[in-house]
Design a protein around this ligand. Structure first.
Ligand code: NAD
Ligand code: IPM
Ligand code: MN
Length: 364
């Protein structure tokens, strides 16, 4: 029997509500496969700060260090509530970025996937969606502006200034581009490189390295797109994209736009892959505006479980079953409130109901 120790970081806001659904799914997977999950819950984010004074407490680090993999919900508070926490302990800076850095989870896979059966959720016109949207955004996750040097000061004339650096070294760029080329090889062999080389030195180096590496992947057709133009193209003609690769900040922004073209951030799962340890989380945040109401969409969270089953555990068949179960729930006419446009006749369900229906589909 294969055993996995999974650190479970439910986090803040809607995190615990959607994590509950993820754990229900794991239980079913465990019941019917030769696999055992040892779940190790740990406090992470603003909740940890209020409870223990640290948004990433030592006990949580110990649990994550000891785990085979990590399943994370969401962290963060509303803008106003965030101000109650000292800057360095705010959950994004104090917990999430250190988690990414500690395990060097450099490759962030953010699928923007709209099977044709879900196309009514998208705000895009049917003729733009065509046969559906199937993009894999690959975001570099441990470099760039997020982790570059930061400085703040006041000039002699009393003016405040700030400086933060977009830093990459060539090994970091090679690592993420290798992942991108290899992903493209497994898919349509088309790679969209998203950059800003008309302004940024970092993009010039990035593109130079991409050019050098391209001879190892002669079958991959590379398309260069400036990041600003890419954001328009995502709305006007998303089906031109298959695999997209980009630096950290571009990936943060474009992947949320991915949620927009699907119809909700609640449809955006993700996998954060490192060489030794990986973790899995929805791309969206803690949605403080709807937290505690049992109305959050658990699709991105459960989709992150599906990515974990496939990418971490090789349970590819069960991963497919989970995707199929979630899509069946939608095709039966059920929807969470984030996806219910006015005037349609969908049956609106709660977070818990969605979880139960996924289980029902999985077992059927
Ligand atoms: P958000 O992603 O939390 O929410 C944006 C909008 O999308 C909100 O209207 C929200 O209700 C909706 N939404 C998001 N996920 C949803 C879901 N599963 N079901 C239904 N609706 C959903 O972004 P925000 O409001 O800008 O940020 C809130 C907090 O989350 C901030 O503190 C931010 O730093 C943090 N954040 C955390 C993560 C993470 O944990 N990885 C990611 C992004 C943002
Ligand atoms: C995401 C989030 C994080 C990011 C924040 C919460 C630090 O927006 O995972 O997309 O910017 O990477
Ligand atoms: Mn983001």
């Amino acid at each position: 029997m294969k055993q996995y120790k999974i650190a479970v970081l439910a986090g803040d806001g809607i995190g615990p509500e959607i994590m509950k659904q993820a754990l229900k799914v794991l239980k079913v997977v465990e019941e019917r496969n030769d696999v055992e999950f040892n779940l190790m819950p740990a406090s992470f984010g603003a909740c940890a700060y209020f409870e223990k004074g640290k948004s990433l407490p030592q006990e949580t680090l110990d649990i994550c260090d000891n785990a085979d993999t990590i399943l994370k919900g969401t962290i963060g508070l509303s803008h106003e509530e965030t101000l109650k926490i000292p800057v360095e302990e705010r959950p994004e800076r104090g917990a999430l970025l250190p988690l990414r850095k500690r395990y060097n989870t450099y490759a962030n896979f953010r699928p923007v996937s709209l099977p044709i059966g879900l196309s009514h959720f998208s705000p895009l016109k049917q003729e733009v969606i065509g046969d559906g949207i199937e993009i894999m955004m690959i975001r570099e996750l441990v470099g760039g502006l997020y982790f570059g040097e930061k400085e703040r000061g006041t000039s002699k004339d009393g003016k405040r200034w700030v400086k933060e650096a977009l830093e990459y070294d060539e090994d970091q760029i090679k690592k993420i581009l290798k992942v991108a080329f290899e992903t493209a090889m497994k898919r349509k062999k088309v790679l969209h490189n998203i950059h800003k080389s008309n302004v940024l030195m970092s993009s010039i180096l990035w593109n130079e390295i991409l050019e050098e590496m391209s001879s190892d992947y002669p079958q991959v057709q590379i398309q260069h797109v400036l990041v600003d133009a890419a954001s328009t193209a995502l709305c006007l003609n998303p089906s031109q994209f298959d695999v997209m690769v980009m630096e950290n900040m571009f990936g943060d922004i474009l992947s949320d736009q991915g949620g927009g073209i699907l119809g909700s951030l609640g449809l955006m799962p993700s996998a954060c892959i490192g060489d030794e340890k990986s973790y899995f989380e929805p791309s969206h945040g803690s949605a403080p505006d709807i937290a505690g109401k049992n109305i959050a969409n658990p699709y991105a969270m459960v989709g992150s479980v599906a990515m974990m089953l496939d990418m971490e555990m090789g349970l590819t068949e069960e991963s497919r079953n989970v995707w199929a179960a979630m899509q069946s729930v939608f095709s039966r006419g059920f929807t969470t409130p984030d996806l219910s446009g006015s005037g349609d006749d969908k049956k609106i369900i709660s977070t818990d109901d969605f979880g139960d229906l996924i289980i029902e589909e999985l077992k059927s």
